[in-house]
Design a protein around this ligand. Structure first.
Ligand code: PEP
Ligand code: MG
Length: 318
């Protein structure tokens, strides 16, 4: 099976009956973009830009960032890049950006909350992405957004840059979206969908915050299963709200490469699956195993269950 998947990795990602679902790569380093393309990636669905900030003793300057982002954009050769702005704090400390001692770092200064405390860092990152993304499809994504106020605060900076940088010097095929990884943002997806360009569901954090289980907990993390009906309902709300406004939805957490979850996510209406590069041929092959109608039935079956074990048992029996 793995050999067959590898042989067909460059075929368009779609279900057996031809329903398109983009399959993109999660990258932790721009140097890996070329490898992702060789594995059949149709784009990068999540560039975790933390690596770039962690590799330096202070926040990298504009030209350093432009060079880095260009490396991925060049390798992608016209395929879209979804770059996430710096997502540190919580479980990902950054030595030169100290956060006061917190009792609950996962509920503290992290993601967009932290970024907005030093807006000049976010501004430089936006500027670098916009300039590097000239002539290619660029999607910029904000992490850990909990409601529209955080999105608007970041968008104000982004809009100012769009007006300051001449269109000939920056990306013009550009979208600004948010990650859905805090339950409040899924619950409030209709208000966000009216203003964002897209959503990408981060099922790792969304599961952690929905089930109140630390994603890295030594004993409990196995129970942090994204195929939990509570998480699936939040994804359903997100997709329905986005599609009602003509916006697209990706999933970039681990759930996107779970063979059992793929038809469920497609059945919920997810438009893009972003997975580790290694998984791309397998996820594309998995899509070709079912029809959209099967996927919709799997999604309904999963939503009707009471626990993640019930979801897995019901899908297995089907
Ligand atoms: C997620 O939370 O699902 C996600 C993709 O982001 P990260 O794993 O980098 O927190
Ligand atoms: Mg996350």
């Amino acid at each position: 099976r793995e050999a067959d998947a590898w042989e067909t990795r460059f075929e368009t990602a779609q279900t057996r009956d031809g329903h398109r679902v983009e399959v993109a790569a999660n990258l932790g380093n721009t140097a890996h973009a070329e490898d992702a393309v060789e594995r059949g990636a149709e784009g990068v669905g999540l560039l975790r830009t933390e690596f770039l900030f962690m590799a330096h003793a202070s926040a990298p300057d504009l030209s350093t960032q432009i060079d880095e982002y260009r490396q991925a954009i060049d390798a992608l050769d016209g395929r879209p890049l979804v770059a996430r702005t710096l997502d540190v704090g919580g479980d990902k400390p950054l030595p030169y950006w100290p956060v006061p001692q917190e009792d609950n770092p996962f509920l503290g200064l992290r993601g967009i909350r932290l970024a907005l405390t030093q807006p000049e860092v976010l501004e430089t990152q936006f500027r670098a992405l916009l300039m590097a993304g000239k002539d290619s499809p660029l999607r910029i994504m904000l992490p850990m957004v909990k409601d529209i106020a955080e999105f608007r605060a970041a968008k104000a900076i982004y809009d100012r840059l769009l007006s300051e940088i001449s269109p000939s010097q920056r990306a013009t095929d550009v979208q600004l979206g948010v990650m859905i990884e805090v339950p409040s943002s899924a619950l409030l997806a209709p208000s966000l969908a009216a203003e964002v360009d897209f959503f990408s569901v981060g099922t790792n954090d969304l599961t952690q915050y929905t089930l109140a289980i630390d994603r890295g907990h030594p004993e409990l993390s196995a129970q942090a299963d994204g195929l939990h009906p509570a998480v699936l309902r939040l994804i359903q709300m997100t997709v329905d709200a986005a599609h009602a406004q003509g916006k697209w939805v990706g999933v970039c957490g681990e759930l996107a490469s779970d063979a059992m979850a793929v038809p469920v996510l497609v059945g919920l209406g997810v438009d893009e699956l972003s997975v580790s590069a290694r998984q791309i041929p397998l996820v594309k092959a998995r899509l070709r195993e079912f029809d959209l109608a099967d996927a919709k039935a799997s999604a309904q079956l999963a939503l009707a269950q009471a626990t993640s074990d019930d979801v897995r048992d019901a899908l297995e029996a089907r």
